[in-house]
Design a protein around this ligand. Sequence first.
Ligand SMILES: O=C(O)c1ccccc1N[C@@H]1O[C@H](COP(=O)(O)O)[C@@H](O)[C@H]1O
Length: 216
Amino acid sequence: MYRPRVKICCISSKEEAKMAIKYGASALGLVGHMPSGPGIIDDALIGQIAMSVPPPIATFLLTSETKVDDIIRHYKKVNTTTIQIVDTIDKNDYQTLRSELPHVKLVQVIHVIDDKSVKEAIEISNYVDAILLDSGNPNLAIKELGGTGRTHNWDLSKTIRASISIPVFLAGGLNKDNIKQAIAHVEPFGVDLCSSVRTNGKLDESKLRAFFEEIG
Ligand SMILES: O=C(O)c1ccccc1N[C@@H]1O[C@H](COP(=O)(O)O)[C@@H](O)[C@H]1O
């Protein structure tokens, strides 16, 4: 089995960043203000952690902003390599982000719910550098935009991965017990996880080690 890239999300300190890199993470997720979720930290800390991370490790700012000016403002406080947009934005705004932040990679989250998610992913793949397939429900009164610890319908994720030509990250409830099955089924470019490698909100070295041992 091939080994996809691994993104460890919800990094909350420079020490956690170092630990995730030591075990083999290619990318780190830094969660900005969200309506819900376990991984939120403040922007000043995101900036400090991002600055401490050496190349070629990527740093992803997770932003829930939906207006292009607010996304740019958020980004400029933290200076990550990548912006992970976790909510829906206007299609025209991708072009604005490209011209205002030409050196920054754009990743759009698609919450995999039903066939409409497939259509949405295919369309948005024309505007961004990668698609990240996660569990969640942006239609709830308090939006659930990720960090759920739940898996979703991997058949839909597999269809999306096979239908688009840009890299696809798979997220949502991935852990050492289901990761091999997830990779074999969806064949993503990368996998992304938060809850399963934490204990009481902190990155747990033994869980992280066990995950990387399993993935190989
Ligand atoms: O973790 C959060 O707080 C969060 C909040 C809002 C959007 C995304 C969030 N995290 C992302 O969710 C995926 C999946 O998490 P899990 O493994 O199911 O717990 C995680 O990789 C982050 O990218």
